[in-house]
Design a protein around this ligand. Structure first.
Ligand SMILES: [Mg+2]
Length: 424
């Protein structure tokens, strides 16, 4: 079915269209990069890419919501401690070498960001309050958020503790509109958990994710099918999935600054310069992205990494930064009920040179202590560093899943009957 039909259906729900697309804002690049799902979009075979010029741009019109909690750790702390409300707050980063894990919106106004050294944050905002992170609490809240998601869709793909994609094409809650579904989810989170979330609604993951960032905090943005290509064209290149600062720099040298600039290039050109990302970029800058929402994705690896606003040089600050990454990655390992044999440390220097160090063990890593020992062993093998480190990451691979999840086939959105009854 083409989206022309969906436009007709939309007119049944005029009340939901007041959420006009406000046009892209150029948000600062996020410092925390989550790589637990996939390192880069798997490039489709070059011949199978659909384009807006194709007669069948989509296999079926999907309705995807991306929900992202606002300043999650900091908001949970402010919720649980009224004295912190309305004040500039940093979670983590209080120790001498600590790095800020999350900043409240009050703190962000002073230029305090996550992944920033605590000392820099304090300089930018002398009255900044620091609280230690409580990952157990954040995990619990995340579980509660997922209970709310489950009322609206069976197809939920978590990206991190506070972010997820929902495929609501099937309209499980019978609300008749993806936008209304997103509003109900945001309202339920606020009512039941006392926290705010932002949501993006669109017909694919890429646009839904960009949209959720558009009207943050406590905002909603809908990118409807007829607006998708124009919306993608106006986005800065670095807001495309998989485009980091380095790739954005390379793009700028080629005169590519926006989605429209990407769109002006041929697939062959993109393939020559951006290799395996080419097919994805070619589709995304036209508003296309066919990646399904995968609730039970069988992962080959689980990892996490952080890019720091200032390069880390001292052994102790690197060890402390690694400890935080161990926390993040171990939480994901536990959530996926898996064990793994290989731990890989990734390190990127200030000049973008990257090294990896890996170690495999048998039997698989059993607990956080074992994981942390391997990780620190790998880090120690490259210390001291000759120049500053801008990124640290850890991955666990060679995964074995717990009995209850093994062998279960990945349930993906495209297996589900697509019903275009649901409007945007
Ligand atoms: Mg968030």
């Amino acid at each position: 079915m083409s989206w022309t039909v969906a436009l007709v259906l939309e007119s049944h729900w005029p009340v939901y269209f007041s959420f006009a697309w406000r046009g892209p804002r150029d948000f600062p690049c996020r410092e925390l990069k989550v790589n637990e799902s996939a390192p880069l979009p798997k490039a489709a075979a070059l011949s199978s890419i659909s384009t807006m010029e194709d007669t069948k741009p989509f296999q079926g019109l999907r309705k995807i919501i991306h929900v992202d909690m606002d300043a999650f750790y900091a908001s949970v702390e402010q919720r649980d401690n009224p004295e912190l409300r309305g004040k500039p707050l940093a979670v983590g980063g209080s120790s001498k070498r600590g790095v800020v894990a999350a900043a409240s919106y009050e703190a962000r106004r002073f230029g305090v960001k996550s992944a920033m050294p605590g000392a820099t944050a304090r300089r930018r905002c002398p009255e900044l309050l620091f609280v230690p992170p409580r990952f157990d609490v954040y995990r619990d809240v995340s579980r509660q958020i997922h209970e709310i998601f489950a009322r609206y869709s069976d197809l939920v793909e978590p990206l991190s503790l506070d972010e997820a994609y929902l495929d609501v094409t099937r309209d499980q809650a019978g609300l008749g509109s993806a936008t209304r579904t997103a509003e109900e989810i945001r309202a339920a989170i606020h009512r039941e958990l006392g926290l705010t979330a932002s949501a993006g609604v669109s017909y694919n993951k890429f646009l839904a994710k960009v949209a959720s960032d558009q009207n943050k905090p406590n905002g909603l943005c809908v990118v409807r099918p007829q607006d998708g290509a124009a919306f993608a064209a106006t986005l800065p290149a670095r807001r495309f999935y998989g485009v980091g600062p380095r790739t954005a720099e390379r793009m700028a040298k080629l005169g590519i600054h926006t989605g429209a600039d990407l769109r002006a290039q041929t697939l062959e050109f993109l393939d020559k310069h951006f290799g395996k990302s080419a097919a994805y970029l070619y589709g995304a800058c036209r508003g296309n992205d066919e990646r399904p929402v995968r609730p039970d994705r069988v992962r080959k690896s689980i990892g996490g990494e952080r890019t720091y606003t200032e390069d880390l040089k001292e052994n102790e600050e690197l060890r402390e930064a690694l400890e935080h990454i161990i926390d993040i990655v171990w939480e994901r390992i536990e959530r996926h009920h898996c064990a793994g044999r290989t731990v890989t440390l990734k390190m990127k220097y200030g000049d973008f040179r990257q090294i990896t160090r890996a170690r495999s063990v048998s039997p698989p890593v059993q607990d956080r202590k074992g994981f942390a020992e391997l990780a620190h062993g790998l880090l120690d093998s490259v210390l001291p560093v000759s120049q500053g480190v801008r990124l640290l990451g850890l991955t666990l691979s060679g995964l074995e899943y717990a009995a209850e999840t093994s062998g279960r086939p990945a349930k993906i959105a495209e297996d589900q009957p697509v019903q275009n009854r649901l409007g945007f």
